[in-house]
Write a protein that binds this ligand. Structure first.
Ligand SMILES: C[S@@+](CC[C@H](N)C(=O)[O-])C[C@H]1O[C@@H](n2cnc3c(N)ncnc32)[C@H](O)[C@@H]1O
Length: 218
């Protein structure tokens, strides 16, 4: 039998109410949520600009796949910085709330696209939902297979106050921080190298953003 976790996680988001909450409230209700959203938009935009500056022509990214796109939080910013934005998410209900409705239902564990199909992939707020290395590795390998070069990713880091407090409290949140060493060995195994790293609040909060590049074969 396959690993049930990816399907269980998708089911958590297959709810009209939860999807509507994510679209309408998750990033707007509190000042902290608004600050985090603004900061994440700025980080992703700066990574895209850095990636574009590395291209021989300095052209913007051609196609970016936003997976999981959730309810399309990043879409406007991605359209500003990339020629084409493709969207995918495992949960149909999340896609139904994502304007415009061009997203395709897909799993990051088995992306229905051929190798090197897009110039870049944005994978925001997915990896920390997986406890086991095999679950994360399957995602990282799919991202490396489908992207020609760039991957923008967030994950939860274990070395900060928030992760430490959750460990002490023994609270199960379905969120799994990992050490820097684990992250580095997992991206290396997927054939990726790290270009840039930005902590949302270093030492305090778990969320980390990285710009990864696929190792080019000789
Ligand atoms: C916390 S939300 C993040 C959404 C969006 N990336 C953002 O930052 O606003 C997590 C999303 O992952 C989706 N998801 C869960 N498992 C997935 C999988 N295996 N492949 C693709 N999407 C998945 C959920 O449906 C949900 O939309």
């Amino acid at each position: 039998m396959g690993d049930p976790r990816p399907n269980e996680l998708r089911q958590e988001y297959e709810s009209e109410l939860r999807a509507a909450h994510y679209r309408n409230n998750r990033w707007t209700l509190s000042p902290r949520a608004r600050r985090t959203d603004a900061r994440e938009q700025a980080i992703v935009e700066s990574f895209l600009q850095h990636a574009a500056a590395q291209m021989p022509t300095g052209q913007p990214i051609t196609q970016i796949l936003d997976l999981p796109c959730g309810t399309g939080r990043f879409r406007t910013m991605l359209e500003r910085n990339c020629q084409e934005v493709w969207s995918g998410d495992a949960a149909h209900e999340m896609l139904m709330q994502a304007p415009p409705t061009t997203g395709v239902q897909m799993s990051a564990h088995a992306i229905p696209l051929k190798e090197n199909a897009v110039s870049a992939i944005l994978c925001s707020r997915l990896l920390h939902h997986f406890e086991h290395a095999a679950q994360r590795n399957a995602v990282l390998q799919e991202l490396a297979r489908v992207s020609q070069r760039w991957i923008i990713l967030s994950y939860f880091d274990a070395a900060n106050f928030q992760a430490w407090r959750n460990r002490i409290r023994g609270k199960f949140r379905g969120r799994f921080p990992i050490t820097l060493r684990t992250f580095q060995s997992e991206i290396c195994a997927a054939g990726l190298v790290e270009h840039k790293r930005v902590y949302i609040a270093r030492g305090l909060s778990e969320q980390v953003w990285v710009l990864l590049e696929k190792k080019q074969s000789e």
